[in-house]
Design a protein around this ligand. Sequence first.
Ligand SMILES: Nc1ncnc2c1ncn2[C@@H]1O[C@H](COP(=O)(O)OP(=O)(O)O)[C@@H](O)[C@H]1O
Ligand SMILES: O=C(CO)[C@@H](O)[C@H](O)COP(=O)(O)O
Length: 470
Amino acid sequence: MTSRLVAGVDSSTQSTKVVVCDAETGEVVRTARASHPDGTSVHPKRWWEAFEEATADGLLDGVEAISVGGQQHGMVTLDEFDEVVRDALLWNDVRSADDAHELVGEFGGQQAWVDAVDVVPVAAFTVSKVRWLARHEPENAARVRTVVLPHDWLTGQILKTGGGFEGWTSDRGDASGTGYWSPVTGEYVEELQNLALGRTFEVPRVLGPNGRAGVTEAGMVVAAGTGDNMGAALGLGLQPGDVVVSLGTSGTVFACHEAVTGDTSGQIAGFASADGGHLPLMCTLNAARVLTAGASMLGVDLDELSRLALGAPIGAQGLTLLPYLDGERTPDLPEATGTLGGITRANATPANLARACVEGMLANLVAGVEGLKAHGIEAKRIVLIGGASASPAVQAVAPILFGVPVSIPAAGEYVGIGAARQAAWALLGGDEPPQWRVAYEKELVASPEDIEAGAAVYERYRTLQQTMHG
Ligand SMILES: Nc1ncnc2c1ncn2[C@@H]1O[C@H](COP(=O)(O)OP(=O)(O)O)[C@@H](O)[C@H]1O
Ligand SMILES: O=C(CO)[C@@H](O)[C@H](O)COP(=O)(O)O
């Protein structure tokens, strides 16, 4: 019997990846990728070009359904003809930091935001970017009819190109990252849209977890799609007690949860998941690129950085990196820069610097796991994904710093796989997505002594953070 094929797209910060899977089993049949330009603002057509490049040469032949997982929060502004008004501002663009702070105050503070949408906006969120546009580019703002997210725009583009476009759509997961959609009521909060732009604007229709955005003229079902982290959660088939740490351009820490978290500190964003539940999440601006920056400082490649880091002891002989190289989102320090603390003549070695990069990047995310635990979310094991999870040094340090077993799934693009699973759900129907098996490649466990030493590393990181940023 020939298998039915579905495709999942991961349009993330640095690249587009497409996976084609067997709809019943999830077995990956083919994959492709294409790069995005660097920068924190980009014209959406660059994502479309990357999608076309990745799907050239018949990658989608025989595919019956497709779904797009995309980088969260990016503001795509459209005029009355659905033309893009200006380059999209991406999640990692911090120019809207002051706008976020103003919005928090104007709406009555953190508690009021959490009550309305279960997030406290920072620069990353769409709502803050819309306010920035209103303040800084009033002519562009006046032309805006609709605001959509990267995955919404790509989903619409697939349908506009293939025939079958019936209006802009989104899903619960990605909509919850706008800052003007409530995961509690399942509705947009018009008051917050008004507050951001000074008037209301059109927003995509939010589809249910197995909803269809449309069907192309060739008969391909286009599923709702979702945010990239929500896609990964769907691709990994998480169990209670699993906390995901993703090391891509962003560092994220998240878990599936049944209820809203209501975190007024702003550390844990109360996002929705792609399957109808919730996905409390902490996000940092600095993850895989901390290692690239470290490698470039040392004049080595990523493999050598890893080898060097593995040659240094736990704690890098007292060298501590606060890795706020691109500013930081959590904690909310958009203007921050990195700090290398505790440097002495004795510890100033390439190996210690490499180790401090790995430890600093991971310590920043340990804070997220602690934040989830404070909301009653268990962390029995860490599921480590994203580009930098391939680094042997990261794999060695992670169980030491997180202090619980770390599982590495078999090499794969889990955002794309999750999107493909959502496509299969939209194709096959049913109350639940099809059961796909996830193969785990490694279970990494540290000794109690190493975990104790790791806790001391985290404490030193916290002390340096307090010293530098209060
Ligand atoms: N072996 C490795 N060691 C360290 N970093 C790596 C390794 N392989 C890939 N990366 C990094 O992973 C990042 C890409 O990860 P990815 O999860 O695809 O990011 P994104 O989804 O944000 O586009 C790049 O910054 C790349 O340098
Ligand atoms: O803003 C967030 C999460 O809230 C980021 O996680 C983006 O969704 C980008 O993801 P990557 O490109 O790093 O995967």
